[in-house]
Design a protein around this ligand. Structure first.
Ligand SMILES: Nc1ncnc2c1ncn2[C@@H]1O[C@H](COP(=O)(O)OP(=O)(O)OP(=O)(O)O)[C@@H](O)[C@H]1O
Length: 315
């Protein structure tokens, strides 16, 4: 099946400034891809190129089978949904009026309005003016606007900024349902906690360049960061600093009953065996590196090798 997004060497320059540098990326139907990067990394630029709001200076880009800034743009617009970073609405209109207005602009059947408001959890608030909406309700109204016309590709720019943990989880649950329905979703985020279970792959950008791309497992294998193992129990007299040989395990006491160990993946089984065989160890937790750890790893420049993380992962 053709990818929904197919970028090859996608580049955007403005004079001396390179906003996006030779991005290779293919996104398949039904995939949720997180676009991660510091401020100015190129996340919004990538989205605007996909939307056809910007044209590349070099490279090729096909979105749902055609260039988004050419004659294909009109067809594409009806199959794309976009939630911009700073969404704003007419404050004096009700949620329903706002959505009906966007439905008219998008030439979408008005009957979708109430169903979408219910879907994003705004059914009860449909008749309230937007000025009375909380930040989370505004984001949900923005999502409803992006979902008008049942898009096949959804671009969500920083959708959870400013949302509390419960609202963030609700938001991502809606993304999960959309994915199950075959919708492809690109979401950019600085806010990493909570996003992990909902994404298939992450693309990490830095200064317009692709620093890493892959599923969490692929990024973990590539980064080979230590796992965190925690042992809980009571073990008077045991000196945990000895007996690890050269496996690179670094034990640290968190409190009298918890020992934390930074363990490289190849030393995991040996460490678990030793812990399990030690009298007094009652419980063991194993925590692989989180998306936050991986993001920090890939987005930190390696001294003396500025591009050594560049272009990791298959497109
Ligand atoms: N309208 C513009 N004209 C010229 N350069 C721009 C414009 N918008 C963004 N840039 C530059 O392009 C680069 C990428 O910016 P972009 O907005 O894509 O980053 P971002 O990853 O979305 O950042 P943020 O997290 O701050 O939104 C930055 O160097 C930025 O200064």
């Amino acid at each position: 099946m053709n990818p929904v997004i197919d970028c090859r060497g996608l580049t955007l320059r403005h004079g001396p400034l390179t906003r996006l540098d030779a991005l290779d990326l293919r996104v398949r139907q039904g995939e949720v891809l997180a676009l991660l990067g510091h401020n100015g990394a190129g996340k919004t630029t990538t989205m605007k190129l996909i939307l056809g709001l910007l044209s590349p200076s070099a490279g090729t880009l096909a979105v749902l089978g055609g260039a988004p800034d050419g004659p294909h743009a009109e067809t594409l617009r009806r199959r794309l949904g976009y939630l911009p970073e700073n969404v704003s609405f007419y404050e004096q209109l009700t949620g329903r009026e706002v959505l009906a207005y966007f439905a008219r602009l998008k030439r979408v059947d008005r009957r979708q309005v109430d169903a979408l408001l219910a879907r994003v959890g705004l059914g009860e608030a449909a008749c309230r003016r937007v000025r009375t909406y909380s930040k989370g309700m505004r984001q949900r109204l923005g999502l409803a606007q992006a979902l008008l016309g049942e898009p096949r590709l959804l671009l969500l720019d920083e959708p959870t900024t400013g949302l509390d943990p419960a609202a963030t989880r609700d938001f991502y649950e809606t993304v999960r349902e959309l994915r199950e329905g075959g919708c492809t979703v690109l979401l950019s985020s600085h806010v990493l906690p909570g996003v992990e279970p909902y994404i298939d792959r992450a693309l990490i950008l830095g200064a317009g360049r692709r620093l890493a791309l892959g599923s969490l497992d692929e990024l973990r294998r590539e980064a080979a960061l230590p796992l965190t193992i925690r042992a809980h129990g009571h073990w008077p007299g045991i000196d945990w600093s000895r007996g690890w040989g050269d496996v690179g395990v670094t034990p640290r006491h968190l409190n009298g009953r918890t020992l934390e160990l930074g363990v490289h993946p190849e030393a995991k089984m040996a460490t678990l065996r030793r812990l399990a065989d030690t009298a007094g160890v009652e419980d063991i937790d194993v925590q692989p590196p989180t998306l936050e750890h991986l993001y920090a790893h890939f987005s930190t420049p390696v001294a003396g090798a500025p591009s050594s993380h560049a272009s990791r992962g298959a497109p």
